[in-house]
Design a protein around this ligand. Structure first.
Ligand SMILES: [Zn+2]
Length: 186
């Protein structure tokens, strides 16, 4: 017996909802700005910058926040993103993530970079964001050391999600405070 169209629509809607409400990650721009702020504190030590900015990612993820919803890429446990269909939802996700990362990078350069330090500031911003693309990479290639890193990432990540106006303004305030402290003290 064919499935009635109304039931099919309801099931599809249900699927979309569960993706919409699945747990996501902190906005990348926040990670970029904090990574860049760290880099500006010791710009002549790129290895230290990379390690400290990478580590800052997990500390920031522990703060309750709001994340924008993704439509095709799924970050939930036991979901494999290999063979994601190249449909508009995937392009929407990639455009959103790319926009977020670019805004973060540009903001970080604008805030912290001087001609001599641009490279290390960009390094800090990229290292700060890196754990999130690694999360997607782990979904595609569930192998070590990504598995252990992912377990740690999940453990460190807050279990509380804030609603969107509060969750996003608290992130902006947090990134602004870190920037202000580093720019005035650093
Ligand atoms: Zn994260």
């Amino acid at each position: 017996m064919p499935i009635p169209a109304s039931l099919r629509r309801a099931v599809l809607r249900g699927g979309a909802m569960s993706e919409y409400t699945s747990r996501r990650d902190m906005i990348l721009s926040t990670h970029a700005v904090v990574g860049g702020a760290i880099a500006s504190l010791f710009p002549s030590h790129p290895v230290l910058v990379a390690v400290a900015a990478f580590a800052s990612h997990f500390a920031i993820d522990a703060i309750p926040h709001w994340d924008y919803p993704l439509r095709a890429i799924k970050l939930k446990r036991d979901v494999n993103n290999r063979g994601l269909p190249a449909d508009p939802r995937l392009f929407y996700d990639l455009a959103l993530i790319g926009f977020d990362a670019c805004v973060g990078l540009l903001m970080t350069i604008w805030l912290f970079a001087a001609p001599a330090t641009t490279g290390v500031i960009v390094l800090g911003a990229l290292a700060g964001m890196l754990p999130d693309p690694l999360r997607v990479a782990h979904r595609m290639f569930p192998k070590q050391p990504l598995t252990t890193l992912q377990r740690f990432h999940r453990w460190a990540h807050t279990k509380r999600t804030l609603s969107w106006p509060l969750g996003i303004s608290s992130q902006a305030l947090f990134a602004a405070s870190v920037s202000w402290i580093v720019l005035t003290v650093g």
